[in-house]
Design a protein. Structure first.
Length: 297
């Protein structure tokens, strides 16, 4: 498979990994369909790529009709769809007992239901092209972190959704991959560090190498290679694969020993920071949400 002339849809394409992956794919000759809720950032990314090679569509992954319309617009513009990256995702702040239930639900709606809607909208066109669907999960699917229950649960759910979809569409010629990355220096991680000093502190308490943050550039290279090769798994950095293969050990009593002594002190301080913040996610997520009230207290 060559990326030259291929048409790739990316959700959450306005900034971060989605935007940078789109730019890298465009340099290899691909045409892009980008969706996001942030019109200004989306248009800026599309303009940088070039309007002749990139279609920007404001679409909500939580709304199936919205995603179907985005795919239809892309196919009408470029004539086909060869690959799709279910990249849109958010995180919320706070412990299981401290977070707002509406905020928890919103994370699952975007990170799991959004992947389902993206697949439902894209698969018919991918069957036509014998294409590729990449689900963006995370290292968080393998290793639990206190204060991140919604994100951990959603990324584990996204991974297993990819496993099911792979079985269902294989006979139709569609390949399905799942991406797992460590902490990447994206707006999601940057916002959390800026909002919560306890989040930054939490990262330092995680056992090596789970505490490492990786560059966006390294992640983009892994994504582009995965799309080009129609890879079953995409890992960034490579050591994440080892964590996945040993997830039972990571989540065992022995694997929890390094982090457990810090939770009793760290988690109440995190909840106090979240309460003082007055919201359960980044300000950017609140402003771009179809339901901003889902993140307020």
């Amino acid at each position: 498979m060559t990326l030259d002339g291929q048409v790739v849809l990316i959700t959450g394409g306005a900034r971060g990994i989605g935007a940078e992956t789109a730019k890298a794919l465009a340099k290899k000759g691909a045409k892009l369909i980008l969706t996001d809720l942030d019109r200004d950032a989306l248009d800026a990314t599309a303009a940088e790529i070039g309007k002749d090679r990139c279609l920007a569509v404001v679409a909500d992954v939580c709304d199936l009709a919205s995603m179907e319309a985005a795919v239809a617009a892309g196919v009408e513009t470029f004539g086909r769809l060869d690959a799709a990256v279910a990249n849109a995702g958010i995180a919320s702040y706070g412990s299981v007992m401290g977070t707002d239930p509406a905020a928890f639900k919103r994370v699952l709606d975007i990170n799991v239901l959004g992947v389902f809607h993206t697949a439902r909208a894209c698969v018919p066109a991918l069957v036509e092209s014998k294409g590729y669907f990449l689900v963006v999960s995370s290292l968080a699917a393998f290793a639990a972190a206190p204060g991140m229950s919604a994100y951990n649960a959603s990324k584990a759910g996204a991974e297993h959704f990819a496993n099911v979809l792979r079985l269902e569409v294989h006979h139709q010629g569609v390949a399905v991959g799942c991406a797992h990355m460590s902490w990447i220096d994206t707006p999601l991680v940057q916002d959390a560090k800026k909002d919560l000093s306890t989040f930054a502190e939490l990262l330092t308490k995680l056992p090596y190498p789970l505490s490492k943050t990786t560059s966006v550039d390294a992640c983009v290279k892994a994504f582009v290679k995965g799309i080009d090769k129609r890879s079953r798994h995409v890992y960034c950095p490579g050591w994440v694969r080892g964590v996945g293969l040993n997830r039972n050990v990571v989540n065992s009593a022995a694997g929890s020993r390094a982090l457990l002594p810090h939770v009793a002190d760290l988690l109440p301080r995190m909840d106090a920071e979240v309460a003082a913040l007055g919201r359960f996610t980044s300000a950017r997520n609140v402003s771009n949400s179809a339901d901003p009230a889902a993140f307020g207290d």
